[in-house]
Design a protein around this ligand. Sequence first.
Ligand SMILES: [Zn+2]
Length: 428
Amino acid sequence: MTRQWARELVSHSSKIYQLRTMVKQAKDGRRNPNISSSTIFVVMLFFFLFRLRSMEELDRNVKKGRFRQLVPAKEKMPSHDAARQALMKWDLESHRANHELFIAKFKHNKGPWKGAINGWRTAAIDGVELFASKSRCCNECLTRKLSTGETEYFHRAVFLQKVGGDPRIVYGAELLKKKDGSDKAEGEVAAAMRLIHQSAERHGVLADVLTLDALYAQAPLIHEALDHHQHVVVRMKEERRRIMKDARGLFESRSPDVAWLEKDSSGNQVLVQAWDEEDFTSWEQLRVPFRMIRMIRMTERNVIVGGIKHKQTEILERWVGTTIDKGAAGTDTISRIAAARWDIENMGFHDLKTYWHMDHAYVHHLTAIEAILGFQIMAMNLFYAFLFGHLHHFRERGIPQTEVVEELKEQTRWMSEQLLTPLIWDDS
Ligand SMILES: [Zn+2]
């Protein structure tokens, strides 16, 4: 392994994504701290880039000199306790400004177009639990009753992520808040609407269409998306809705409008038959006519019964609704946009939990939770922008991400400080 991944990652993050400005504008609310906010920012960003699992690991890695080459020699290194204090007082506005810097550059470099689905820049919104515990740990914990009668405390967030192709950048996240005067969470739809609004305010248009699960098939949310120049493709499953009854009635009287073959993720052949009609007005709360698509997916699988191979066909019915006209996107395009929703589950949340330890409560304190989530998103975004924007054909070459991270960790430890700090710090 002769590639200088550590230096290349830092250089890429610095020259393209303005890491130096991020370091300079990092801020927290401690009074007369021994260790500057910028040092905490650099150490925590690399702590998450190196995918360390606990605040205690911070101390061990500081002792090993893991971060020494990233910070000018005159700056002191934080203990995990100092880092914890800083995170609890982190200036979340400075975090948002740094995220904005990254997204603005990504947008400037036409990032949102990479992996666009037939010309549609696609993003997904979905919710996920961050972590749960049986002992309350902060004033803002959400609660639920378990079947055992015990109370469980947890935190949950909704995410907005680019889907459809690499790099799958996280555009934003919103923690679910408590409803006024109770320990119950606000609805995920309310948090998602806030996310759509804030993302548009801060970054402008990043996606042409949002792909959503059935939970988000709510008129106010669809209006929020339309108000911010985004269409929706949303899974529909409530049979009792008038619009679904109307569409089913119409579709049952005719043969499929279109059919095609595709492969599922395991390589099985899938025959899709689809019915597609627009201008339904029977969703009264919705201010625009809606297009409904019914798909029957027939997947052929090989199953082995008693040592003998059989072909088995699995039949699935799926409904999707969209604000996009037939003239603007064909049935197969809408179907692909709907399927891209799985990326946020399979690659977004899966990666954030498995590799970036999002399901671990590093510091259980509301400001720290938001600060840490911000660092995890920043680390993941810089890393994926580097893998898929700089190390070309990364996926095709089949290099495991964990190997890149291990290499980064080792190279950073042994690299000369003069090589890295000028890329990270303005005045060194
Ligand atoms: Zn809590």
